[in-house]
Design a protein around this ligand. Structure first.
Ligand code: FEO
Ligand code: CA
Ligand code: CA
Ligand code: CA
Length: 488
């Protein structure tokens, strides 16, 4: 049954209650398959990395039961407790950490109703903090990145998004501490990385035209005249909301050659007071010339440039997604405890003339987190084709344990919110995650009968590896894992 067609604005499931159980809890009639967990062989002798986040399904031959998954591995966190011990030499520790971050490409298929990993895959591949990656765009070779045209590896890969030509964009978020620990040049991280999952020999690219900051994700769409527009949030207290508009136009017949569009265009930051997009461009905003000597430097220091131009500081802009029907843009502001915003909001933007390349916009608060709405700290967003919003929360485990404002929400969850028709803005809980995890990734297969999620950092408050705070999924140490959910 196509619940989405049939039911419209009502959830296609019986909502569940918040739970503090160490389990992935789903409504009656839904089932879960663990597809791959940290440390598993992904089919080429390589191992699945730690803390899986963004999980993108790429169909093979348009199938909804066979495809590739691109999966981000954000950071090692709790994993370091299980990956090595105090006696491990520092250099070896760093090698292990660097291997366990980045991303994985795996092949998955549904056999007799169960999703499994294809071990004989010619696509299986790991990208790590030591994979060489090309820079593209204005900062390539610029003095602001030390004059280099390629950099070593990717890490802090949080969320991201698909391109219109079936490649993955993976976003480098909180790169600073690891880059520092490993003695790396921090200007080589904080970018959007493009990976082609179907080309195992291809070299990934960091597109500097999209700016450098704590990138959460990307939401790609087209302007009325066919230029690419990529919306992006910078997930930190009082940071900004951005969009990139390509100079050239998207050509649906050109396939992967469209990647070039991400090398040239204008990066804008949002000023909410006047509803204006501010160009982070030396020519269009000459004021920037007083501080920056090249466009490459503007992009490397995008936060500084946006602040100089008067962009509006926000409460941790996390995921942004474009509504599939009316093209409004939804942005999760997860929280900002520094000024008492504990539960966050989801804000929606309407571009002038409904054109994604417009320089003016309006916005409104769509949904507010808190005990009234039943969700707190919205992070990952996903639309289904009917335009229903699926919201995944990220209440931090340390705050959950310390701060009673979060008590009633229990473990992090996934919620369904209708954006039109009945029950607009009302949240219905679909899933509750294992202890101390957040559920990330989310992506549907094209038929929307399978939802892939990543269970990230279960048991992240563990301090003694002999006494983990979660035993999910196998009953021993906690393991981040990708789960396929069916029953829609
Ligand atoms: Fe890695 Fe903003 O979540
Ligand atoms: Ca995360
Ligand atoms: Ca996130
Ligand atoms: Ca978060």
């Amino acid at each position: 049954t196509d619940f989405f067609q049939k039911i419209g604005g009502r959830p296609p499931f019986r909502p569940i209650d918040p739970s503090d159980k160490d389990a992935l809890i789903l409504p009656p009639g839904f089932k879960q398959d663990i597809v791959v967990a940290w440390g598993d062989d992904i089919g080429n002798g390589e191992k699945f990395g730690y803390n899986c986040d963004l999980t993108l399904f790429f169909p093979i031959k348009k199938s909804s039961h066979h495809g590739l998954l691109w999966v981000n591995h954000e950071y090692v966190g709790t994993g370091s407790l299980f990956m090595y011990n105090a006696a491990t030499p520092e250099k070896k520790k760093h090698e292990i950490e660097q291997y366990n971050v980045g991303g994985s490409i795996i092949e998955v298929k549904r056999v007799n109703g169960k999703w499994i990993l294809e071990k004989n895959s010619t696509y299986a591949r790991r990208i790590t903090a030591n994979t060489m990656i090309d820079l593209t765009g204005p900062a390539k070779g610029d003095a602001a990145v030390g004059g280099v045209t390629e950099v070593k590896g990717t890490h802090a890969n949080c969320s991201g998004g698909k391109t219109l030509w079936n490649t993955a964009l993976s976003c480098e978020e909180n790169f600073e501490s690891d880059a520092d620990r490993w003695g790396r040049n921090a200007t080589h991280y904080g970018w959007v990385v493009e990976v082609d999952p179907f080309a195992p020999e291809s070299k990934p690219k960091k597109h500097t035209a999209l700016g450098r900051f704590a990138h959460e994700n990307t939401a790609m769409t087209l302007s009325k005249d066919g230029r690419l527009v990529v919306y992006m949030g910078d997930d930190a207290n009082n940071q900004f909301f951005y969009k990139f508009v390509s100079q050239g136009k998207y050509d649906p017949t050109a396939g992967k050659a469209n990647s070039k569009l991400l090398e040239k265009g204008i990066l804008y930051a949002a000023e909410l007071g006047n509803g204006k997009w501010l160009p982070l461009d030396l020519e269009l905003s000459p004021k920037l010339k007083e501080t920056f000597s090249s466009q490459g430097e503007v992009l490397v220091k995008a936060r500084e440039a946006a602040k100089l131009l008067g962009a509006t500081p926000l409460d941790r802009p996390e995921d942004v997604e474009v509504h599939p029907i009316d093209k409004t843009v939804y942005l999760a502001l997860t929280n900002n405890t520094s000024h008492g915003n504990f539960h966050g909001q989801i804000v929606r933007f309407k571009e002038d003339g409904n054109d994604a390349a417009s320089l003016r916009f309006e916005f409104e608060v769509f949904a507010v987190g808190g005990p009234q709405s039943g969700f707190s700290c919205p992070d990952n967003l996903l639309f289904d084709k009917k335009g229903n919003l699926w919201v995944f929360t990220d209440i931090s485990s340390s705050k959950m344990n310390q701060d009673n404002v979060y008590e009633s929400f229990k473990n992090n969850g996934a919620f369904f919110i209708s954006t039109q028709g009945r029950n607009v803005g009302e949240a219905f809980q679909f899933a509750s995650g294992p202890r101390e995890c957040e559920m990330t990734g989310p992506d549907f297969t094209p038929d929307e009968k399978t939802l892939f999620i990543a269970v990230q950092h279960p048991g992240e408050e563990t301090s003694d590896p002999a006494k983990p705070t979660s035993n999910w999924p196998y009953g021993d140490i906690p393991r981040p894992a990708v789960v396929a959910i069916q029953g829609f």
